[in-house]
Ligand binder design. Structure first.
Ligand code: RTP
Ligand code: MG
Length: 139
């Protein structure tokens, strides 16, 4: 399996609930290497751009407002089979359906406030990493 990259955000709920350290520990313990990371926040405009693929979905307004409600941690991660393995590590979108031991099972409260983002394809991982990090930061 080739080594490749994914992109994650620790979402505003997990940051405000004090879970940054525990989530980063889980990510590192699962074998992911942190390539780039920043503590920052999204505005309604930048959250809307980031999730533009969901613009027509009924939950888009709530998603944009939640993702711009407080600080986040954005990171580029590297591992063999990164995108798929990271989606397994975080668990289902709805935390009540996330497997025990997954990050969303442990730290998320609802489908809206679900603790972490994980890219859904290699192509989107690249696009999302570029959204937050310049070429020097993505070394
Ligand atoms: P993410 O992009 O944040 O990693 O989440 P995901 O792939 O598991 O889910 P996605 O389909 O990409 O949806 C993005 C975020 O929108 C919210 N959502 N709400 N009410 C609903 O049916 C619904 N579906 C999705 C979730 O907060 C999800 O993380
Ligand atoms: Mg998604």
């Amino acid at each position: 399996m080739a080594t490749n990259r994914t992109f994650t955000m620790i979402k505003p709920d997990a940051v405000s609930n004090g879970h940054i350290g525990a989530i980063l520990n889980d990510i590192i313990a699962a074998g992911f290497k942190i390539i780039a990371m920043k503590y920052t926040s999204l505005t309604a405009e930048t959250a809307g751009q980031f999730y533009a693929v969901h613009a027509e979905r009924p939950f888009y307004g709530e998603l944009v407002s939640f993702m711009s409600s407080g600080p986040i941690v954005a990171a580029i991660l590297e591992k063999d089979n990164a995108v798929e393995d990271f989606r397994k590590l975080i668990g289902a979108t709805d935390p009540s359906k996330a497997e025990p031991g997954t990050i969303r099972n442990k730290y998320a409260k609802s489908i809206d406030a679900n603790a972490v983002h994980g890219s859904d394809s290699d192509e989107n991982a690249e696009i999302e990493g570029r959204f937050f990090f310049n070429a020097f930061e993505r070394h």
